[in-house]
Design a protein around this ligand. Structure first.
Ligand SMILES: [Mg+2]
Length: 217
């Protein structure tokens, strides 16, 4: 019996090790892709930074304005764009913006494309915007897989999809790789009191991204 239990422990440990290895490999490949493609698309990224005011949030453009500019589908990052990092639901002003966006585009044309498509936020959206979909099971941004999946689900060409993201080398770069339009949120939601370590990490990361992009030859 003890031998069987020991065997079971070894099998479980091995399986857990495999999952961890997969996650680690996925994280490494998404960082490598960010650097390689970031270099390749450096001129586009430099222009995006130069054209984006430091105060830019998701609220700056109304759904009506976006629709007038030819946008048919929204792909929204969650952390930083709709709410501070790790939050379970969007902030109040974003909920209002989403309500207007769903009446202009329809809930079926709005997607959450986050590298963290899990947790209580899924339940919150299922209750309040039941037809709005999370994209999961794809390689993390900057791989363009998420936007390509949205293109398939909606039959809307990527050039009419707007990817709103607070990260240059993940969401905005994935939009460029997929042929979609990036909206760079330079003034993300941050709540230091509730998530100090993570928020500081991402403040530094966003600054490093801009530094990397600006000083590329
Ligand atoms: Mg984000």
């Amino acid at each position: 019996m003890k031998l069987l239990q020991a065997f079971g422990f070894v099998v479980i440990s091995f399986k857990e090790g495999s999952i961890l290895d997969k996650e680690r490999n996925a994280a490494i490949s998404h960082i490598i892709e960010s650097v390689i493609k970031g270099w390749e698309y450096r001129n586009e990224l430099q222009k995006l930074v130069a054209d984006t005011p430091p105060t830019r949030t998701v609220l700056d453009q109304t759904a009506d304005e976006l629709a007038c500019s030819g946008i048919k589908v929204l792909a929204l990052d969650f952390d930083g764009v709709l709410a501070p990092h790790g939050a379970d639901q969007p902030v109040a002003e974003v909920i209002e913006w989403l309500e207007r966006a769903t009446s202009v585009f329809g809930q079926e044309q709005i997607f959450i494309l986050s590298n963290r498509p899990f947790g209580p936020r899924i339940n919150w959206f299922a209750t309040h915007f039941p037809a709005l979909r999370f994209i999961s099971g794809v390689r993390k941004k900057p791989f363009p897989d998420g936007i390509k999946k949205i293109e398939e689900l909606t039959s809307v060409r990527s050039s009419s999809i707007l990817m709103v993201d607070d990260r240059l080398l993940t969401g905005c770069l994935s939009a460029m790789l997929a042929g979609a339009r990036p909206c760079y949120v330079r003034n993300p939601y941050i709540k230091l009191r509730s998530n100090l370590g993570k928020e500081l990490f991402f403040i530094v990361l966003r600054w490093l991204e801009r530094f990397f992009v600006r000083f590329l030859p």
